[in-house]
Design a protein around this ligand. Structure first.
Ligand code: E4P
Length: 217
């Protein structure tokens, strides 16, 4: 399973990238706003930093302007994936840009039928939002399962990019189901290392190292 990091914060991306934990990056207008940076400048910096796909989202709602924005974003770097919303106009833009050979990430997916449409429009990635479904007491993980079954039934190559990941359990469940990619904030990726028994075990080992005077160097 690939790990994308869901942020536009350069230091956080660089830190995880140095550990080999970054297979790509996703951004959205809210993350760009949070960074306080110009979208074109910060996206270029991210593309220079990581080898994998970097999703940058269009701002328009009509297909023609989305396509024009997408083409401008694609000039930034070869690893840009144009992110479009799951609307008819977004799907039109997806079809045109993916027919041109561009990577397209169709975002704001909340149903398996929407995911089916995105695959038929040639999306490289479909982004179902788990956490936002959980927020309204729906089962985000059931959506990932349904999309996996449907894509496998028909051999669609669109990659399931599980988004709106809020917890370590979301990551585990996505891995069990077979999502192709998860995109998560740096804090969630970093939290995957934590286990109380690791902390407790290390504490005991450190006490024994000290009391026995064990030295290697
Ligand atoms: C995905 O591409 C989105 O940027 C993101 O995962 C949304 O997450 P949120 O629901 O926590 O804002």
């Amino acid at each position: 399973m690939k790990f994308f990091v869901d942020t536009a914060e350069i230091p956080a991306i660089a830190e995880l990238n140095a550990l080999g934990m970054v297979d790509g990056v996703t951004t959205n207008p809210s993350l760009i706003k949070k960074s306080g940076r110009d979208i074109l400048e910060v996206t270029k910096e991210i593309c220079d930093l990581v080898d994998g796909p970097v999703s940058a989202e269009v701002t328009a709602t009509d297909a023609d302007t989305m396509i024009a924005e997408g083409r401008k974003l694609l000039e930034i770097a070869e690893n840009i994936a144009v992110k479009v919303p799951l609307t008819w106009d977004g799907l039109k833009a997806c079809k045109v840009l993916s027919d041109d050979g561009a990577m397209v990430n169709v975002t704001l997916c909340f149903s398996a039928n929407q995911a089916l449409l995105a695959a038929k429009a040639g999306a490289t990635f479909i982004s179902p939002f788990i956490g936002r479904l959980d927020d309204i007491h729906m089962d985000g993980m059931e959506l990932i399962e349904d999309i996996r079954i449907i894509y496998d039934n028909y051999g669609f190559e669109t990659q399931i990019l599980a988004a709106s990941i809020r917890t370590a359990n979301h990551v585990l469940d996505c891995a069990r189901i077979g999502a192709d990619v998860i995109t998560a904030p740096p804090s969630v990726i970093k939290a995957l290392v934590s286990h109380p028994l690791t902390d407790k075990g290390l504490e005991t080992f450190l006490a024994d190292i000290k009391s026995a005077g064990i030295k290697i160097l």
